[in-house]
Design a protein around this ligand. Structure first.
Ligand SMILES: [Zn+2]
Length: 156
């Protein structure tokens, strides 16, 4: 087996909270990512496909095709969006890096034209990243939309 990886980037806003927690608990657990008005990250996503190189091309998968697939099914939907509100496949999902990796997997697993999806890595920052290898996981749904009913400039 050979493992081939394509790296892509996107920028998006989110707010992490669980509507069943108190404000204090959300703040304690999600910290900066709980910022009331949301905030952004520059995400890096590595998508790894495994397979045997094609005898005629030497490719496990044509990386141009993988890039185009990621652009169509993921990046065009999440780049410069708010993950709590704008993206259909994140509806009801607390948009942690973990849940982003699992959700992206479900979106592209069956669309990979050659080889098989092996791993999705999501970097939320230089130091924090998650890896997902496709073991079945059900993500519980919560209402992660929120209304802006708080006075601005009072957070500090
Ligand atoms: Zn965050």
């Amino acid at each position: 087996m050979v493992y081939v990886t394509r790296r892509v980037n996107f920028s998006a806003a989110h707010r992490l909270f669980n509507p069943t927690f108190s404000e204090e608990k959300n703040e304690a657990i999600f910290d900066k990512c709980n910022n009331f008005f949301g905030h952004g990250h520059n995400y890096i996503v590595d998508v790894t496909v495994k397979g045997v190189p094609d005898p005629e091309t030497g490719y496990v998968i044509d990386l141009k095709k993988l890039k185009a697939l990621l652009e169509e099914h993921i990046l065009s939907k999440v780049d410069h969006k708010h993950l709590n509100f704008d993206v259909e496949f994140f509806e009801g999902i607390i948009p942690t890096a973990e849940n982003i990796a699992v959700t992206f997997w479900k979106e592209i697993e069956h669309k990979i034209p050659q080889g098989t999806l092996h791993k999705i890595t999501v970097f939320e920052s230089d130091n924090n990243y998650v890896e997902y290898y496709g073991e079945p996981i059900e993500i519980p749904k919560h209402d992660v939309r929120y209304s802006i009913d708080k006075e601005p400039f009072l957070n500090s």
